[in-house]
Design a protein around this ligand. Structure first.
Ligand code: ATP
Ligand code: MG
Length: 413
């Protein structure tokens, strides 16, 4: 059988009809013929036949009966029934119960039959193509579903892995935190315990000076001065460390604030620095437009803030070249600005990035052997922010540094 051709089973008890059909269409189709329904059924079971054409009037089994029978086993075939003009009942049954493609009246006309077969196979082909498409679609859907399942499994695995890593990280984190807390506690204890002996040494030193003042020679006086300075450095370090600890502990603590006159607080504070500054030939120049500049603040915090900024300005000012430090208070709309400007080496761009972080010693080094632990500015920032203010630095390298603090002006409500 030619594989390319569609195949037709033609069933008719009249041999002549079978022969005419076969001779007429054998070039276009693979033709199988049978003289009875049973013979036709045998052929259907043996060969891959696409279409059944059957005569209605046959002796043992009618066309309609044969088609019904074939429908049970071969529902996908295209069916055509050939009837006489008057066989309306057979036609209705064929349409209703045998799923026929069409009926044709006998005797059939060759051209009409050719056209009918052509159309029937076109429809058949369309159905086949549709069926194939549906199959392909089903396959694609299944493979897509498979992919989704695989991907979902992969993602779930990754998620589990991430969750596991997260857990490991969390437990490492809490271990680190424990270690850090322990370290902090030890540091706090040491710092705290150092405070009393240092205070006692200070007191003893004063007694020592009072009692032996007259009998000290010049060298001994210099040594004593050095001891005093070192002790005051140590106690400042301790106070800074204690401040940092306290600030870290009470992150959300809101200070009770009161009305404070900066134009009286700042000059008082400067008095304590005049001697230290003049030893390096540094002039402290204070300027304010008004004698009353009020903010809402807390005196101890403000002392610590300006203490750190003024001591820095002196510490990083050049020694013995008659340089200046300008301390200015200016009102600026709803704010008050305090600037502390020195003529030291200033800050590099890199310095500016790390300026207010803890334990930062940057480009500038103290110019007269002063101590430096890199804590002061971080305390300044924390305290300023607690007082609702802000702090920043402006500087061009080699042209000195200006630290600026801004607080909201005092208002009664
Ligand atoms: N006025 C300034 N001019 C130039 N550099 C400065 C100035 N003030 C601070 N710096 C730089 O910033 C660093 C950090 O300052 P910070 O006040 O935090 O620490 P410190 O003065 O070194 O030590 P301390 O804890 O005693 O205050 C300083 O070591 C210095 O390098
Ligand atoms: Mg400092």
């Amino acid at each position: 059988m030619d594989n390319q051709k569609h195949s037709i089973l033609y069933v008719d008890d009249e041999l002549v009809n079978l022969n005419v059909f076969k001779t007429t269409f054998r070039r276009e189709y693979a033709i199988f013929t049978a003289t009875s329904a049973h013979e036709g059924m045998d052929l259907l079971r043996q060969y891959p036949i696409d279409m059944i054409i059957t005569d209605q009037r046959m002796p043992r089994m009618t066309g309609v009966e044969f088609l019904k029978w074939s429908l049970e086993e071969f529902p996908e075939k295209t069916r055509i029934i050939l009837t006489g003009f008057s066989d309306t009942e057979a036609i209705i049954t064929a349409i209703n119960e045998c799923d026929i493609y069409r009926y044709m009246t006998k005797p059939w006309d060759t051209e009409e039959m050719r056209l009918a077969l052509k159309k029937a196979f076109e429809t058949y082909q369309l159905r086949q193509d549709n069926f194939k498409l549906l199959e392909d679609l089903k396959e694609a859907k299944e493979s897509l579903e498979q992919k989704v399942i695989e991907r979902t499994t992969e993602v779930t695995q990754q998620k589990e892995e991430i969750e596991y890593k997260n857990q490991v990280l969390q437990s490492q984190n809490s271990l680190l935190k424990e270690l850090d807390d322990e370290r902090n506690n030890i540091t706090s204890m040491i710092v705290h315990d150092l405070q009393s002996p240092i205070n006692r040494i200070s007191g003893l030193l004063e007694l020592f000076e009072i009692e032996g003042n007259l009998s000290f020679n010049e060298n001994q006086k210099i040594y004593l001065d050095l001891i005093r300075r070192n002790i005051s450095d140590a106690s400042r370090h301790i106070r800074n460390l204690l401040d940092i600890k306290a600030l870290e502990k009470n992150l959300n603590y809101q200070m009770p604030l009161s009305k404070i006159n900066l134009a009286s607080l700042l000059p008082q504070l400067l008095v304590a620095y005049r001697e230290q500054a003049s030893k390096k030939q540094v002039n402290l120049l204070y300027e304010s437009n008004s004698e009353e500049v009020f903010i809402k603040g807390q005196e101890d915090y403000l002392n610590r803030i300006f203490d750190n900024l003024i001591s820095n300005a002196i510490k990083f000012s050049p020694k013995n070249v008659n340089s200046n430090i300008f301390i200015k208070i200016k009102e600026n709309g709803k704010y008050v600005r305090i600037s502390i400007q020195d003529e030291g080496q200033g800050l590099s761009e890199e310095d500016k990035k790390n300026l207010f972080k803890k334990f930062q010693k940057l480009s500038a080094r103290p110019t007269n052997g002063e101590s430096s632990s890199g804590l002061g500015l971080s305390i300044v920032k924390s305290l300023t922010e607690r007082l609702m203010g802000s702090v920043w630095a402006e500087s061009e390298s080699k042209k000195g540094a200006t630290f600026i603090i801004e607080f909201p002006k005092y208002s009664s409500h």
